[in-house]
Ligand binder design. Structure first.
Ligand SMILES: C[S@@+](CC[C@H](N)C(=O)[O-])C[C@H]1O[C@@H](n2cnc3c(N)ncnc32)[C@H](O)[C@@H]1O
Length: 229
């Protein structure tokens, strides 16, 4: 009985979010739904990283913080962080687009989630990623495809670009061998609308979250591997 009531309540709340809540011009939640649950881009990011967790191993560099290294890494022997802003746990304070202080051929894996699109010179950043990866090392990257502006980021260090599968592939091809770049996209028209409205993933039925529509690229994800020595 209690379960049936909970299920009815969940369905009613969902109906509110997916219909009534979207009648106005302002979003239901301006913070990507983070106060109500998991933002939908984070849901896709988690799916991408969970599917490639075997690559998060050995000497790992994450840009921003080490959240995903800790969550998905296995057999991590070194966990470094590069961030343009100083802070606790940051190994390298610097700009990914020009970080000569980080030695060549250092990392087995670079976790680069939701960073590239905030950097003006993305091509220089990809070149640096390639330089500091070990031969045979991999970068796991996600960028925003369809997203509102992140006002906090824009004011602190920037929020500059939105990519498509095509521009992501072309961007990584400026540094990585063409056959070593794998681009995937996540999202569909419904999840894109929900994400812009700040409806969290928990309010969208799983089957709808999983539905892939290639022309609604909410999140663009790239795995690129540096040529072995
Ligand atoms: C939008 S947050 C993403 C953080 C984290 N990777 C994630 O997925 O939640 C961007 C992070 O990159 C850092 N950042 C911004 N511009 C950078 C740059 N040019 N070089 C290195 N780090 C940068 C910011 O300080 C921030 O920690």
């Amino acid at each position: 009985m209690r379960r049936a009531l909970a299920s009815i309540r969940w369905r009613l709340r969902n109906r509110f979010y997916l219909s009534y809540g979207m009648r106005g011009t302002a979003p239901i939640n301006p913070s990507y739904g983070s106060e109500l649950g998991t933002p939908i881009d984070r849901h896709y990011e988690n799916r991408f990283l969970a599917g490639h967790r075997h690559l998060i191993t050995g000497r790992v560099l994450e840009i921003g913080d080490r959240h995903y290294t800790e969550h998905y890494g296995t057999g991590v022997t070194m966990s470094d962080v590069l961030n343009i802003c100083p802070g606790e746990g940051v190994t390298w304070v610097g700009d990914l687009a020009a970080c000569p202080e980080v030695p060549d051929d250092t990392y087995d894996c670079i976790v680069l989630t939701q960073v590239l699109h905030v950097i003006f010179d993305m091509q220089a950043a990809v070149a640096e990623v390639h330089r500091i990866l070990k031969p045979g090392g991999a970068v796991l990257c996600t960028v925003a495809g369809i997203s509102q502006v992140n006002r906090g980021c824009m004011e602190e260090y920037g929020d500059r670009w939105r990519l498509t599968s095509q521009s992501a592939e072309e961007l990584f091809a400026t540094a990585f061998p063409a056959g070593a770049i794998d681009v995937a996209t996540y999202g569909n028209a419904l999840t894109a609308c929900c994400f812009l409205q700040g409806v969290p993933a928990e309010r969208v039925p799983q089957v709808k979250l999983d539905r892939w529509e290639p022309d609604y690229q909410l999140t663009v994800a790239v795995v690129a591997v540096k040529a072995p020595a």
